[in-house]
Ligand binder design. Structure first.
Ligand code: HEM
Length: 338
């Protein structure tokens, strides 16, 4: 590209970086006379979830995995390309990530109305909030500060170096969250997201051989039976499992309502030793974390509100200034070319 042609893009990028360093703001797109942004995101998320409720969990996890790795910058959405064959999306720690199609659809709708205005990182933050509201029947709701930008950098290694492992010990999890400015209480609060969604065999296979004090024996038996089919996913929350699984697990809680209901059942499961990942179980091994598990089991409304606060805080993790270029992508799965 000639210098003359490159100049406007360069200026736009520099401006974008300057904007990013300013604080995020609730109503950012309203101020830009684009009041339709959040309603469009909500409409598309609700339409999708009315059809396939399971994608809500996927959107919440996508948001976590985006923000945890070098800030909320949509780096998790980039596809492999000849210039960048190993973006975050292909990282082992991103096993099972999905619902990229939902974000792409929202982006296409927004580009048609407000071209070049809405970042993919903001779309993800709005979509996660809308999924949260939908899956909790409106119990969890919050305003999303916005004004994020999209990164042109995305490396699988960064995801693998940064995201917590399902086999992590409590000290490792505490350290991992501490590095991002999140304390043990917030670790316990955010882990409650595992009341929704599913997991693949590699994420829970260690639990099939876990010692008796770490997992309820019947739940472990049900997991072993389910794992005979290694391509089968298992619900993060036993509440959402099949009748046969629950029978094996001796889980007789009568559940009314739909799967993927975002509430505090995770904490009931935790206290009953029926959580899926080792990283869930280890929260019981710390006295303070254990006291919080009990608190959220007994106070569902407190969890709703603390979870909302923690998601807002998660959304404030931004890419470090000057580390890589930022832009507003035209498509969420690819960087703009310049
Ligand atoms: C505390 C550390 C965490 C660990 C070790 C962890 C680990 C995992 C793993 C291994 C899976 C299953 C992946 C698969 O096999 O498909 C999963 C699923 C999920 N996680 Fe976490 N996670 C953590 C924290 C979080 C947080 C903070 C959130 C959101 C606020 C979250 C939301 C979810 C959701 C919604 C799913 C289900 C996704 C789907 O159904 O597509 N997790 N997590």
């Amino acid at each position: 590209m000639k210098l003359n042609a490159a100049l406007p893009v360069l200026v736009a990028t520099l401006l974008a970086i300057a904007t990013q360093s300013a604080a995020l703001k609730v109503g950012y797109y309203n101020d830009k006379k684009c009041a339709g942004v959040e309603p469009i995101v909500r409409d598309e998320v609700y339409k999708t979830l009315n059809y396939d409720r399971s994608k809500g969990a996927a959107l919440v996890r996508l948001f976590f995995h985006d923000c945890w790795v070098k800030g909320c910058d949509a780096s998790v959405l980039l596809n492999p390309s000849s210039k960048n064959p190993y973006p975050e999306k292909v990282a082992g720690s991103n096993i099972g990530l999905r619902a990229f199609d939902v974000i792409d659809k929202i982006k296409a709708r927004l580009e048609a109305v407000y071209p070049g205005v809405v970042s993919c990182a903001d779309i993800l933050a709005f979509a996660a909030r809308d999924a949260t509201r939908y899956l909790s029947d409106g119990h969890i709701d919050y305003a999303v500060p916005s004004g994020r930008l999209d990164s042109v950098v995305s490396r699988a290694k960064d995801a693998d170096d940064t995201l917590p492992s399902s086999t992590a010990s409590f000290p490792d999890l505490k350290k991992n969250f501490g590095k991002k400015g999140f304390d043990v209480e917030e670790l316990v609060v955010l882990s409650g997201a595992h009341s929704i969604g599913v997991a693949h065999y590699p994420s829970f296979k260690d639990r099939l051989a876990a010692p008796g004090n770490e997992i309820d024996a019947k739940y472990q038996l049900a997991l072993r039976n389910a794992a005979k089919n290694k391509s089968r996913t298992v619900a993060n929350d036993i509440r959402d499992e099949s009748y046969a699984f629950k029978r094996d697990a001796g889980y007789y809680t009568v559940v009314t309502g739909r799967k993927d209901y975002l509430n505090n059942t995770y904490y009931h499961n935790a206290m009953d030793n029926r959580v899926l990942f080792k990283s869930d179980w280890v929260l019981r091994t710390d006295a303070f974390a254990l006291s919080k598990l009990k608190e959220y089991r007994d106070k569902p409304k407190e969890w709703d509100s603390d979870f909302a606060d923690a998601l807002v805080k998660l959304g404030k993790l931004l890419p470090a200034e000057g580390k890589g270029l930022l832009e507003i992508r035209k498509k969420c799965s690819a960087v703009n070319t310049y």
